[in-house]
Design a protein around this ligand. Structure first.
Ligand code: PEP
Ligand code: MN
Length: 361
């Protein structure tokens, strides 16, 4: 892995090497498993940093909760034998203290910890005056402010190298993903904190092997800075997250097959072509906003009529008609039904708000 020197120290999350790839088992299980995974990952030449969970936050008691502190010397051995920098999840001050004692290179804060400002603050306090990179996973709930808040707590504690990990958001009833990606939240994060590298964790988004490649590729297409992927020498028999882990060799092939994209921000010819194509979108967006404004004027007029005749704002039959009409229109126009329903619901919400304003006048 390429590294750069800043203030005489190595910066692991530098923008120089893209994508930065973190791989390793969900959990460290035994010294042999940790070492064999590391050597086989090294042989693929496709990973830069080695991960392994030592303390595992599990949803149910009785699940494997990690080997604990005995696993830390194994990671030190990984470092010595392969040269991989190593990263471990920390959830409290004691974990931080132990990781520093055993020379862990990078820490990461898990999704179940990011949700809790007390816990993040405890970690931040334990890191005051320490120069170590920290990665912050998104909280399990889709709350951008909480994710950004976690990063800000670390910044305030003086941590200079901070990265974000997008691992998806838990969502009742979700079937395709283990954790729904909700890409827009990560994109908003990147817009708000452009200096914080964004790493995608397709393993926890997918929860299964068959769609890891498509999710990883999507992250690359969206200009993510890196990937964190769980890899196990015997995935089916892993002690945690068995369904989503892949062997180091499958991991190697997957990264090799990935299509790397670039934003080409400095390429004038490409950017001016793109600007021309984007101008079309800009005009269309302006027109859509104008039309929406006309639509809201019409809604307010209807609101006035309903008010004068003492009618309810929401009328179930009418709403069903709007949905059916939008669905038909969507399929005729080649638009996804799911998208059009989301759109029409947003418009309908606003119409109701506008009519409520009329009722209050
Ligand atoms: C993990 O990386 O193994 C893990 C526990 O992830 P998350 O915090 O995203 O659930
Ligand atoms: Mn895991």
């Amino acid at each position: 892995m390429e590294t750069t020197e800043t203030n005489n120290r190595v910066t692991w999350l530098t923008k120089e090497k893209r994508p930065i790839v973190i791989a390793g088992p969900c959990s460290a299980e035994s010294e042999e498993q940790v070492m064999e995974t590391a050597h086989r990952l090294k042989a693929t030449t496709k990973s830069d940093i080695y991960r392994a969970g030592i303390w595992k936050p599990r949803t149910s008691p009785g699940s494997f909760e990690g080997v604990g502190v005995v696993g830390l010397p194994w990671l030190k051995r990984v470092k010595d034998e392969t040269g991989f920098p190593v990263t471990v999840e920390v959830a409290k001050a004691k974990h931080v203290e132990l990781c520093l004692e055993f020379g862990i290179d990078i820490l990461w804060i898990g999704a179940r910890t990011t949700v809790n400002p007390f816990a993040v603050q405890e970690i931040a306090d334990a890191l005051k005056g320490v120069d170590i990179p920290v990665l912050v996973k998104n909280p399990i709930n889709p709350d951008l402010a909480l994710w950004i808040g976690g990063v800000e707590r670390l910044k305030k504690a003086g941590i200079k190298e901070i990265g974000a990990i997008h691992r998806g958001f838990s969502n009742l009833g979700e079937k395709y993903y283990r954790n729904r990606p909700q890409w827009q939240i990560a994109i908003d994060f990147m817009r708000r904190m452009p200096d914080v590298p964004m790493i995608c964790d397709p393993s926890h988004i997918c929860g299964r092997r068959d769609i890891l490649q498509e999710v990883s590729q999507k992250a690359m297409d969206l200009d993510y800075d890196g990937l964190m992927i769980e890899s196990h020498i015997d995935p089916d028999n892993a002690w945690s997250d068995a369904k989503q882990q892949i062997t180091p060799e499958v991991f190697g092939t997957m990264i090799t097959e990935m299509k790397l994209r670039h934003d080409y921000e400095d390429n004038r010819a490409l950017q001016s072509d793109l600007d021309r194509l984007r101008a079309v979108i800009g005009h269309i967006d302006d027109e859509i906003i104008n039309l929406l404004s006309n639509r809201m004027n019409a809604a307010r007029e209807i609101g006035q009529y309903k008010k004068e005749n003492n009618m309810t704002i929401y009328q179930n039959k009418r709403w069903n008609e709007i949905i059916d009409r939008a669905k038909t229109q969507a399929s005729k126009s080649g638009l996804s039904e799911e998208f059009i329903i989301r759109y029409i619901k947003a418009v309908h919400d606003e119409s109701i708000d506008q009519q409520e304003k009329v009722y209050k006048e």
